[in-house]
Design a binder for this molecule. Structure first.
Ligand code: HEM
Length: 131
């Protein structure tokens, strides 16, 4: 299948859906998602909003990823580590490369990697606060 650039919401939606198919099927990190996310339709919409504004701007996404991941880490007894973030990022890169090519692929790799660092720091701070 020829690869294309990431140009619009439809592309982001394909990216997000394909990515979460992989996530949910992953033995190591799938359970985190399958347990916490009970309604996948709004979750996939939210994540499509999130990455759409990340690339193209706008105000669709209203959420707090730092708080959301602190909660996930609390829920699972503070077991999220750089291993889980590594798997997440590998699947993200893999999905991007399977479907797309071009500058926006590189931008989305960079942004996710950066955000993973912020999320991890926030998780450690949250644990320290709750001690
Ligand atoms: C760079 C890495 C990651 C990025 C960019 C990312 C991004 C996001 C975003 C934007 C949301 C929606 C937050 C909201 O507004 O509610 C979310 C939710 C979620 N993330 Fe991540 N995430 C990352 C890594 C992880 C990892 C490693 C895990 C677990 C192992 C994880 C588990 C979850 C779960 C379970 C939710 C749903 C929380 C809920 O709705 O209760 N994420 N993520």
């Amino acid at each position: 299948m020829p690869k294309k650039n990431i140009e619009n919401r439809e592309d982001i939606s394909l990216l997000v859906r394909s990515f979460y198919d992989k996530i949910r099927a992953d033995k190591e990190i799938g359970p985190f998602f399958n347990e916490m996310i009970t309604d996948w339709v709004p979750h996939l919409e939210k994540l499509t909003d999130f990455w759409e504004i990340n690339l193209f701007g706008g105000k669709l996404y209203k959420g707090n990823p730092l708080e959301a991941h602190n909660k996930v880490d609390d829920h699972f007894g503070n077991t999220i580590s750089s291993n889980e973030f590594g798997i997440w990022l590998n699947l993200w890169f893999e999905t991007l490369e399977e479907h797309f090519e071009g500058e926006n692929v590189e931008i989305l790799k960079r942004r996710a990697r950066k955000m993973g660092t912020f999320l991890m720091v926030s998780i450690y701070e949250n644990r320290a606060k709750n001690k």
